[in-house]
Design a protein around this ligand. Structure first.
Ligand SMILES: Cc1cc2nc3c(=O)[nH]c(=O)nc-3n(C[C@H](O)[C@H](O)[C@H](O)COP(=O)(O)O)c2cc1C
Length: 330
């Protein structure tokens, strides 16, 4: 059965790209979209930054037609600021607004935003209602299991936020206290999904990094879809591989060298178009090694790619890589 958020039809068992600060920008989203992701989010945007008109926050509002459906994610600690930020974000024309109640980072969570709202469900509920009332768009939420081991309250959080009108919930199977350590535990996510009161889609998030895991956890935890973050960094093919498996029951082979090279060219092009030549080239540097993970003797090429400042020179090295490794592949 197709999963729907408001009028947005995500198809059967959608795969979502997790919002990731400094990662899920338009160039990265472009390559994920090429690889079949069903729904994406911007990086999180500070509500305070938005209402102050800070350039960094504004820039994160950039979304493109081909990205739809896409959600803008906002966070904050003050309800009025969140209301105003919701109005600004809605004007940017996304398909939905997502609220971040999961960020564990100190200067977010310790300033009363992100995951810290998990310690004050009344305020979280009031904030969510304010956001829902401030926009004509569907509102979704991304959160964690709870603040720490003693307060895993996502079951109650899900009910209360559904009651004030959110239309989907993504749950990262860790507490705030866990940060990114240990393993994600999806048992509570299943409990939320099985709650007979819950009608909205529940998306599972945390540690999905292979086709096998996606297939096994889909069955075991009965979620409506899966959100993937870190495993897509340097490997956006994970979306097409999982989708292919669900459609055919067969495993796609991994990307060829030609595909790895092609994705570097595309990502670089998008990066330069969106950020300008200098920043675009510079920020692309951290991606090359990821796209060639597992390819032996890549280091020499990586060193070249991250030192060059001219687009033509970078393409020339990518040509070299194609020739060198395609021969080996054949
Ligand atoms: C570099 C990085 C940046 C992140 N930024 C955000 C963010 O802006 N908003 C958010 O809700 N979660 C953010 N997260 C959390 C991810 O969305 C996701 O919940 C988490 O990485 C677990 O999923 P995964 O195991 O598939 O990566 C970030 C995670 C990473 C690794």
């Amino acid at each position: 059965m197709a999963v729907k958020i408001g009028n947005i039809d995500l198809g059967e068992f959608p795969l979502l790209l997790a919002p990731m600060e400094d990662v899920s920008d338009p160039p990265f989203r472009f390559v994920c979209k090429q690889n079949g992701v069903d729904m994406m989010y911007t990086e999180f945007i500070s509500s305070e930054g938005l209402i102050r008109d800070a350039a960094k926050s504004r820039q994160k509002l950039d979304i493109f037609e081909y990205e739809r459906p896409i959600g803008i994610q906002i966070f904050g600690s003050d309800i009025n600021t969140m209301r105003e930020a919701t109005e600004i974000a809605s004007q940017a024309g996304p398909d939905l607004i997502d609220i971040n109640y999961g960020c564990p980072v100190k200067n977010v969570a310790c300033r009363g935003a992100g995951a810290s709202l998990l310690q004050d469900i009344d305020k979280m509920t009031a904030m969510t209602k304010a956001v829902v009332d401030a926009t004509h768009l569907p509102v979704t939420v991304k959160t964690r299991l709870g603040w720490d081991d003693n307060t895993k309250n996502v079951y109650e959080v899900a009910e209360r936020l559904q009651d004030v009108g959110i239309q989907a919930l993504s749950i990262h199977g860790r507490t705030r206290a866990q940060l990114y350590k240990g393993q994600a535990d999806w048992h509570l996510i299943r409990e939320v999904k099985q709650n007979p009161r819950i009608r909205i889609p529940i998306f599972g998030n945390g540690d999905v990094d292979s086709v096998e895991k996606a297939a096994a956890w889909r069955m075991e935890y009965e979620v409506d879809g899966i959100m993937i973050g870190r495993a897509s960094i340097g490997y956006p093919w994970i979306f097409r591989e999982i989708k292919h498996f669900f459609h055919t029951g067969e495993y796609l082979p991994g990307p060829t060298i030609a595909e790895r090279v092609a994705i570097c060219r595309t990502h670089l092009k998008q990066s330069v178009e969106w950020k300008g030549e200098k920043t675009g080239i510079f920020e692309m540097r951290r991606h090359y090694a990821n796209y060639f993970k597992g390819i032996p003797h890549f280091k020499e090429y990586r060193m070249k790619l991250v030192s060059l400042a001219d687009i033509a020179d970078i393409h020339a090295v990518l040509d070299e890589i194609s020739e060198q490794f395609e021969l080996e592949e054949a």
